[in-house]
Design a protein around this ligand. Sequence first.
Ligand code: NAD
Ligand code: GLY
Length: 376
Amino acid sequence: MTDPKIVDITLAGHSYPVVIGPALLENAAYWISPLLPRQHSVIITDETVAALHLPKLQQNLESNGIKLDVLVLPTGEKTKNWQTLERILAFLVDAKIERTDAIVALGGGVIGDITGFAASILRRGCNFIQLPTTLLAQVDSSVGGKTAINMPQGKNLVGAFHQPVLVLADTDVLATLPRRELLAGYAEVVKYGLINDAAFFDWCDTHAEALVAGDTSARAHAIETSVRAKGFIVAQDPHETNGTRALLNLGHTFGHALEAETGYSNALLHGEGVAAGIVLAFQFSTARGICSAADAARVTAHFNRLAMKTSIAAITTASGAKLVAHMLQDKKRQQGTLPFLLARGIGQTYLDASVNLADVAAFLDGTFSPLTLAAE
Ligand code: NAD
Ligand code: GLY
């Protein structure tokens, strides 16, 4: 086995390793077995991932004496609902899962989020392990303990903070990920450079094409750097209460509005919304006179080079007012308005609570004038 990288996520009262490297699924027992007091576990996955990656994981765990029950769920965002949560909980109870058995989530953010939430409420909290199989899940959703399901009224409205006991990010599984899904995850990688690490953005600018084309060492470096960055931020603000963790939402307020307008559908994947949202956050920062036009242009060009959508027109014809109305459904809404992640430059993101939503609507409509801003 090639030596993997290990990033420790160190939180008050709970720490866990994120293991990053090739061939982790076919060697999973090495990492998982020591965490199972009675060598019994459950794997929750989706149909797509089950067909591609479940056999090697199951074979390795069972041949090392771990008794397994496996639940395969339908693929896709619609799985993150109440009915499926109930199905998972019933399955776990029928399998007589105990708090320390460590429920395994094998899949992308959908499987990780709903399995983590089930683990957080079953028996008031069971151990769980993340085996993320998308780039997005490896660099973002599997780390940091946010779990959730969707409601008809909106995404991720019901959930809990529940940290895993182990994350195994097997870089080999990314070989089967469709390019579009890979690019969506890549937007979250670039995000870490743009938040507070300009040197990492420079690295992304140099290595983006190689990473997307399948360069495994570029992928491993990007995942390790992203996980380290996320871990550092989450450790300072595990429950998103002091504004530090909010930095991870760069591009997400604009992105969520675009996702909501396109019905959280295949028309715009979450990471695609984040990429467009990041570009809009930089362009809005420039329009407000706080970020150089050169930095905003560099960010836009970076995503354009990868043929990712960077303009509202490429996504929707909705008005600025309609998109702002979507933003106001955001969980981060406070006293009727929203704090915005803006940037003073690449690697200089900050939370701005003074943004006027009428300015945002005008900016989205292409009619924003910084002269109006002076009157605020
Ligand atoms: P996903 O789980 O739906 O996976 C995307 C697609 O890729 C699915 O069709 C899946 O079956 C397929 N897939 C997964 N691994 C594969 C592989 N190795 N090879 C081929 N196909 C594979 O979506 P996602 O993009 O991983 O995650 C999006 C979800 O994550 C959203 O629900 C979002 O709300 C959530 N999220 C959560 C957090 C958090 O902090 N908890 C952060 C970001 C996003
Ligand atoms: N994905 C943002 C967070 O974990 O806080």
